[in-house]
Design a binder for this molecule. Structure first.
Ligand SMILES: *Cc1c(COP(=O)(O)O)cnc(C)c1O
Length: 492
């Protein structure tokens, strides 16, 4: 069996679409008009009209198809191979869900259709809510938020509304220093100051620290469990009771739910609300920033503040209820990224309770297999049982002048997407590796071989790494410059 994935030619170079334009070339034809022709300026006020036509590229249909197909071949997605981007859960997503999300009844549904013509979609939303409530161990769910970060914002707004209803919105939110950057951002956007909770030498939250930082001005603590180091917060029950004893709420960042799915219910641990990243745990392809869905599950006492509308069931009919006087209001046009809800619903029903539990078991087994096999070649700051991901560093390779970035770039030469790097921020030179549950052992073994080879190359020939990648379409880019000085050329 080949140690590495073979790489060969036939991935074609490609110009910008504007550079391929040929004046007068056209890729469509329209049937002749069967209504009287009208001037655009009769229909749209002239002040809204362009003075000149936009400089759009002019191409034939095959030109356009080739252009985008070639570009798509420059991309790397989980159906290509291992994509161990820690915390992002880049797993293989079953094509069945894609087929179901494209059923004409869903695709053609209009968001302004009346309830009586949307019973199927409403039923799906209602049942998905019940399923997510059961999985998270909480009472009610809003499906509206369009991403994890948006779920956090909705959650923090509900926390604020809850405290306001008790007479004092409070001022502060506790956020562990290993948290995803969206956690402090959502707190600040909701008008709170962030008080960081330092991680202890175990990489965990120390309940004594929480006691010290907790007072009656703290509205909530935001906790990711398992945390971004892939470690389960073993003191979580005590931490929740410390926060509750001072009237605070416990917010759960559920982005890592694939590690505990069907095994632990956050509501049973003491969490009061929790967002779930459907696009991560419940299978939607989500590269390039979306689309996503970040439903929030809440305890009954927070239900009056849920965003509107909520789906309700009366007899065997479903309806949207906008009449929630204490709601935080509407947080999104229409009803979430609906097609992602369809995928999550299909995924949950097709796996069933036993299948969901196996997701967590296999994700955890795969991560621990990688961790144990890489321990001989890489520094592991927290070398003990992990959940679905773990963190390694470049400490051993630094002796030869090789950094995490070089290791990540060299992995591309060996046929693997790099892991998340330099996060979490509390671990210098971090490589955060999440294999996910959908990888077979053979692929994990290839990754282990590649990572070990890289560690050996670092000793033997460090320049091979510091100048990597060598086999990709373009070599090392100045990523900061590329992001800050966008080169958006138009063909003149
Ligand atoms: C991905 C992630 C988020 C943010 O979710 P988005 O859907 O990307 O907005 C928040 N917290 C953690 C731990 C995450 O991994």
């Amino acid at each position: 069996m080949p140690e590495q994935i073979a790489r060969s030619g036939l991935v074609l170079e490609e110009d910008l679409i504007f550079e391929k334009s040929s004046p007068g070339r056209i890729g469509y034809s329209l049937p002749s008009l069967d209504v009287p022709e009208k001037e655009v300026s009769d229909l749209i006020p002239p002040s809204f009209l362009r003075r000149e036509p936009p400089p759009l590229p002019q191409l034939s249909e095959p030109d356009v198809v080739r252009h985008f197909l070639r570009l798509s071949q420059w991309n790397f997605v989980p159906p290509h191979g291992l994509y161990p981007l820690g915390s992002c859960t880049m797993k293989y997503n079953p094509y069945l869900n894609e087929i179901l999300a494209r059923l004409p009844g869903f695709v053609r549904a209009h968001p302004l259709q009346p309830d009586q013509l949307s019973q199927g979609s409403l039923r799906l939303m209602y049942e998905l809510e019940r399923l997510l409530a059961e999985i998270s161990g909480l009472d009610r769910v809003t499906l509206h938020p369009a991403a994890g970060a948006h779920g956090e914002l909705a959650g923090m707004m509900m926390i604020r509304a809850f405290h306001e209803s008790q007479g004092n919105p409070r001022r502060v939110v506790l956020v562990p220093d290993s948290a995803h950057g969206t956690n402090p951002s959502s707190s600040v956007l909701s008008g709170y100051q962030v008080r960081p909770v330092p991680s202890d030498s175990r990489g965990l939250i120390d309940p004594a620290e929480v006691s010290r930082l907790m007072d009656e001005e703290v509205a909530a603590i935001m906790i990711t469990n398992p945390n971004t180091l892939g470690l389960f917060e073993v003191d979580i029950v005590r931490i929740c009771s410390i926060v509750h004893s001072k009237g605070g709420l416990v917010y759960g960042d559920g982005a890592n739910l694939n590690a505990i799915l069907g095994i632990v219910r956050p509501g049973d641990l003491g969490f009061d609300l929790l967002h779930l990243n459907l696009h991560k745990t419940f299978s939607t392809p989500h590269g390039g920033g979306g689309p996503g869905a970040g439903p929030v599950a809440v305890r009954e006492k927070l239900a009056p503040f849920l965003p509107v509308p909520v789906v309700e069931k009366e007899g065997d009919r479903f309806r949207l209820n906008y009449d929630l006087p204490r709601s935080i209001g509407k947080i999104r046009a229409f009803h979430s990224n609906f097609a992602i809800l369809v995928r999550a619903y299909a995924y949950i029903l097709s796996l069933g309770a036993a299948g969901l539990k196996r997701v967590a078991e296999t994700a955890t087994l795969n991560a621990n297999y990688l961790r144990s096999q890489l321990a001989s070649h890489y520094h592991l700051p927290f070398d003990r049982l992990c959940k679905h991901e773990f963190v390694a560093t470049d400490r051993f390779q630094q002796r030869s002048g090789v950094r995490t970035l070089d290791i990540a770039k060299r992995l591309m030469d060996k046929g693997f997407h790099p892991p998340t790097i330099y996060f979490p921020l509390i671990v210098p030179g971090a490589m955060m590796i999440e294999p996910t549950e959908t990888e077979p052992k053979e692929e994990l073994d290839r990754f282990i071989a590649a990572m070990r080879e890289i560690a050996e190359e670092a000793q033997r020939d460090p320049s091979l790494l510091t100048s990597a990648p060598h086999l990709t379409k373009v070599s090392r880019l100045d990523e900061a410059k590329a992001a800050r000085q966008l080169d958006l050329r138009w063909a003149e």
